[in-house]
Design a protein around this ligand. Structure first.
Ligand SMILES: Nc1ncnc2c1ncn2[C@@H]1O[C@H](COP(=O)(O)OP(=O)(O)OP(=O)(O)O)[C@@H](O)[C@H]1O
Length: 537
């Protein structure tokens, strides 16, 4: 069954209910600050509605403010004014984009695209980013994080922005927002999202700078179209910037989407260049009296992912000033977050093995509407098991993940030979082939996309109703991102891991780390048969 946008919305908005306001203060304990998070968690687990808990605590509607702790550096103290963060909690459950103060032209465009109400994370993030805070946005996969940062940016720059008194004197030209994503697919998806909002007449104001595409054409487009937003992969952005063809000095926004991946070792040099150059006014140099800390103040940095490990919090603290962690229904100053202690899963509380620790970042990234199963199969029978699984679950739009590129073709061949339409997607395909495959999959021209880790992050195919792991993901974070390709924006979704007998202990370990039931099952006579755990152990 496919849901309409309206139905999905009702589902998403059903999660939001409280209309009260609360006060954030650096003197308040973290437990209290995260009360709205408890509301989200309880709603996800079907527990008591925290709105009633909030009213039981007598949280009266009021708007107040807090001063986030000053960053410790004396240099920075003199360079940066502390911001006052006003949190109006009623906005967290905003029923419309108007309530969030978006400009009318932007709201018109959203309505034309059938977008009428914000998701929870959008309700939380839009006012915070509009107040010019550096922010880390964390919310589960498919919850609308892309618009959560795009909408406040488009409220400030471009043809749909909020009119200001300085408009007539504003001589700003050049790129005003740089958005970095780890893959071409995700980069292109973000470009399409921006184009959709800008509309056909202004879509040239966003330019893709993804790797694998013709670089000189990208450079020509930069010169000719004078985009205000560029979206790209780290390598291509830093390459064109180093060649002097991309000027980001007056850039006001830097967004790192899938930030935890962008901060991995592979991207360190390109990311270093981007972080050093974007939003750096020409004329300043690293020898300037206030050094790199002062330069940071010239741009707003927004870090986004479904999985935010503590390393990202640490990085955000050092790049931003008064940065906040924004989640659906909660906003927390980063200074109040301490290094998490490992939480042992309940069944293994007596064992000190780190492998039994709950991976909180991955837990937080899983959409509440997912069902998780695993079944065993010999390696040579996995494709048959996959086919039986698809039939039993009557799945229409399936993403099957493997760890390597080579075997993908073989799986496609076997599925096609059995009358099931499939295609492969991986990084060795050319840019055109990759976008054609994706387009055909989104258009429903074939049923199974057989792919590798390339598609695990950010890929948005709202109709995807089944994710299959034909190979085990490397860890629970990878499991969570793969799983997040289904169950998007409140839809139902199923994740099935097909593993060999000898691998079941890995699934059980991930189940503990993710704190979700991954139930053993088999597919017989066209049906899903769920086992009790003791039947298989
Ligand atoms: N307010 C809204 N109303 C209706 N649809 C929305 C709204 N916001 C976002 N969407 C749609 O929801 C889907 C998921 O959004 P998005 O890709 O931004 O999720 P995400 O949280 O970034 O997921 P991931 O963590 O997997 O990258 C997209 O198809 C997007 O167009």
């Amino acid at each position: 069954m496919r849901l309409t946008v309206g139905q999905v919305h009702r589902h998403v908005l059903a999660l939001a209910s409280s209309r009260s306001c609360f006060v954030l203060g650096d003197h308040l304990p973290f437990r209290m600050l995260s009360l709205p998070r408890a509301k989200e968690r309880a709603t996800r687990t079907g527990g008591t509605k925290p709105s009633s808990r909030a009213s039981a605590l007598n949280m009266k509607p009021k708007v107040s403010s807090f001063n986030a702790k000053p960053v410790k550096s004396a240099l920075l103290k003199s360079a940066v004014l502390k911001k006052t963060l006003k949190i109006d909690e009623s906005l967290f459950s905003a029923k419309s984009f108007e309530e969030l103060g978006l400009p009318p032209l932007l709201i018109d465009r959203l309505n034309k695209e059938g977008l009428t109400a914000p998701t929870e994370v959008q309700s939380a993030a839009i006012p915070i980013i509009s107040q010019k805070h550096d922010a880390v946005i964390q919310s589960y996969t498919g919850s609308g994080k892309t618009l959560a940062y795009l909408l406040p940016i488009l409220s400030e720059i471009g043809p749909l922005k909020r009119p200001t008194e300085q408009d007539s004197s504003d001589k700003r030209s050049g790129v005003e927002a740089v958005i970095v994503a780890p893959s071409r697919e995700l980069g292109m998806q973000i470009v399409r999202e921006v184009e959709k909002i800008l509309g056909p007449n202004d879509k040239r104001l966003v330019q893709q700078l993804v790797g694998g595409a013709n670089r000189s054409r990208q450079e020509e487009a930069l010169k000719k179209n004078k985009p205000i937003i560029v979206v790209g992969t780290p390598g291509r952005i830093s390459e064109i910037s180093a060649a002097g063809k991309l000027h980001t000095h007056s850039c006001r926004f830097l967004v790192l989407d899938e930030v935890d991946q962008l901060l991995s070792f592979n991207y360190r040099e390109d990311m270093h260049r981007i972080l050093e150059h974007v939003g750096r006014k020409s004329g300043t140099s690293s020898r300037d009296i206030l050094g790199p800390l002062a330069r940071r103040s010239e741009r707003q940095t927004i870090l986004v992912s479904a999985t935010i490990p503590f390393s990202v919090i640490r990085a955000a603290r050092s790049w931003g000033h008064d940065p906040v962690l924004v989640r659906a229904m909660s906003v927390v100053p980063l200074d109040s977050i301490t290094v998490p202690r490992p939480v042992l899963s309940r069944t293994d509380a007596n064992s000190n093995s780190p492998s039994n620790s709950v991976n909180q970042a991955a837990v937080d990234s899983l959409p509440p509407s997912l069902e998780h199963y695993y079944c065993t199969s010999k390696a040579q029978h996995k494709v048959d098991t996959l086919r039986r699984c698809i039939h039993a679950l009557e799945a229409q739009t399936v993403i099957a993940f493997m760890n390597n590129t080579k075997p993908l073709k073989d799986v496609v061949f076997k599925l096609e030979a059995r009358g099931m339409k499939a295609a492969e997607l991986h990084g060795d395909l050319g840019k055109l082939a990759r976008s054609t495959v994706l387009k055909k999959f989104k258009d429903g021209e074939f049923r199974v996309l057989v792919t590798n880790e390339l598609s695990a992050r950010g890929l948005d195919v709202p109709e995807c109703d089944l994710v299959i792991n034909l190979d085990l993901p490397t860890d629970s974070t990878h499991y969570a991102h793969r799983a997040g390709r289904t169950g998007r924006l409140g839809r139902k979704g199923t994740v099935v891991t097909i593993c060999e007998d000898t691998e079941t202990f890995v699934v059980r370990k991930m189940r503990k780390q993710l704190a979700v039931p991954i139930k053993p099952c088999e597919f017989t006579e066209g049906k899903l048969l769920v086992h009790k755990e003791e039947d298989v152990e």
